[in-house]
Design a protein around this ligand. Structure first.
Ligand code: ATP
Length: 239
């Protein structure tokens, strides 16, 4: 499609001391897409997401988000510009309530009260969280905690949501719900960069994808092209 490029990286490197985790990655995400990053453990997927929001040491010719160079910006400034990460492992604050967890996500908003319009909208989207508003987040099920982690990220009204392994460790029918939720967010206009171990499911909802091997893009293409590619099938789809 000819729609606007929201995010573009050129020659991204992520280096931890002697370990080069990402070795010259270039990718783009257009507004309204779900783009998935696939690859084996250690391929550099999490490092890429973390680097985009300034949480991993990064060097690049360019990291452009909505036309601005963000390669040297602090995480907080990047989040305020509209890019938010849901990290791996659904890190919610277990000792805080659901409502308190949501409030912590509202970085881009001037709070008007404990339950403003964004939060009300979130509770309409996630009725289970609404029912559990005053429960400690640690008492929620794994799937509910993942929903809370996503809902908290949405509290900052992102234009681009980065999701790191949202299905990890969840039961298959819960995974269905999470993937439906992600597809629904895209259908309502959110742009998503999705890292997933579950390549088959990711390619079902994604528009395009990149396969990382050892910190480099090995193959990229439409989700349909990747799902049909023999190397992707052999390595990631359990042919
Ligand atoms: P996984 O799904 O296992 O997280 P991944 O594709 O997301 O895999 P990364 O987590 O980005 O891969 O890791 C890429 C490489 O960088 C690995 O060799 C990993 O050990 C290394 N690495 C990641 N984070 C750090 C860190 N903070 N310090 C040192 N090395 C790291």
């Amino acid at each position: 499609t000819g729609s606007e490029t929201l995010l573009e990286t050129l020659d991204l490197h992520v280096t931890y001391g002697p370990v080069e985790a990402v070795k010259g990655l270039s990718l783009s995400v257009r507004r309204g897409e779900i783009v998935t990053l696939l690859g084996a453990n250690g391929a550099g997927k999490s490092s890429t997401l973390n680097a985009l929001v300034g949480l991993a040491p990064r060097q690049a010719k360019a990291i452009r988000f909505e036309g601005a160079e963000i390669g040297r910006m602090a995480t907080e400034a990047i989040v305020r510009r509209g890019m938010t990460l849901v990290p791996e492992g659904r890190r919610v604050f277990a000792e805080l309530t659901v409502a308190e967890n949501l409030l912590l996500g509202g970085a881009r908003h001037q709070r008007r009260g404990p339950l403003d319009a964004v939060e009300a909208d979130m509770l309409a989207r996630f009725p289970i969280l609404g029912q559990r508003l005053h429960q400690k987040a640690g008492s929620l099920s794994g799937g509910e905690q993942q929903m809370l982690a996503i809902a908290r990220a949405l509290m900052s009204s992102p234009d681009l949501l980065l999701l790191d392994e949202p299905s990890l460790g969840l039961a298959p029918q819960i995974v269905d719900g999470i993937f439906d939720l992600i597809a629904g967010l895209r259908d309502r206009g959110l742009t998503i960069l999705l890292v997933e171990q579950n390549a088959a499911r990711a390619l079902e909802i994604a528009d395009r994808g990149y396969v990382l091997v050892n910190g480099r893009v090995e193959i990229s293409g439409s989700a349909a092209e990747l799902a049909a590619s023999s190397s992707v099938r052999d390595a990631y789809l359990g042919a």
